[in-house]
Design a protein around this ligand. Sequence first.
Ligand SMILES: [Zn+2]
Length: 201
Amino acid sequence: MPQLDELPPLIRQRVKALDAEIARLGALVAAGNRRVARYLELNTLEREILVAEYPPPPKRSRRWRFSSEFSGAAGIDTDGTLINEATYLPRPYTERLPCPDEMVWPHVEATWAARYAEQKATRLLGARKAVKTRAQRREKLIHETAARIVRDEQTGPANSCIICGKALDDPVSIARGIGSECWQHILAWITRNTDAAARAA
Ligand SMILES: [Zn+2]
């Protein structure tokens, strides 16, 4: 993993901008603003990726575009002018001015890296959220099913587990509609809650 001061100046600039944003959002979250928590998480992850993976850009070419998953374009056009439609970095060459490659390339490179980090952070957060949502849904289902069992309601028979959807093959599982693994979670829930009820009484 490269140290911060080993990164190209434009990347360091981007990291510093992210640091400022992380500090600002962190203060807001600490003050109780929950709405910006996601942006704080996103920026923190983006910074991490940018520093850790600082991705080497594709080979220099006269014309280069981000792959289709990126909406912006950055590269050097056939007439030698810079294309930089991404918005992260200072853009001294925003207009299509002719300028030498060695002036342009660091910007192309930095834009690419910033884009890469942002896209990856967004994807990772999305995946993490999906895992959390699935876990929450399962937890809720276990809670509801356990409550039904406590009320002596039928949960089976079923050919697939009503909690996780796995196919059931043994007669006991089929009869209750719950696989043995999920059944353990149900029992744990019932134990926890009857204990809590007993303590409350
Ligand atoms: Zn199951």
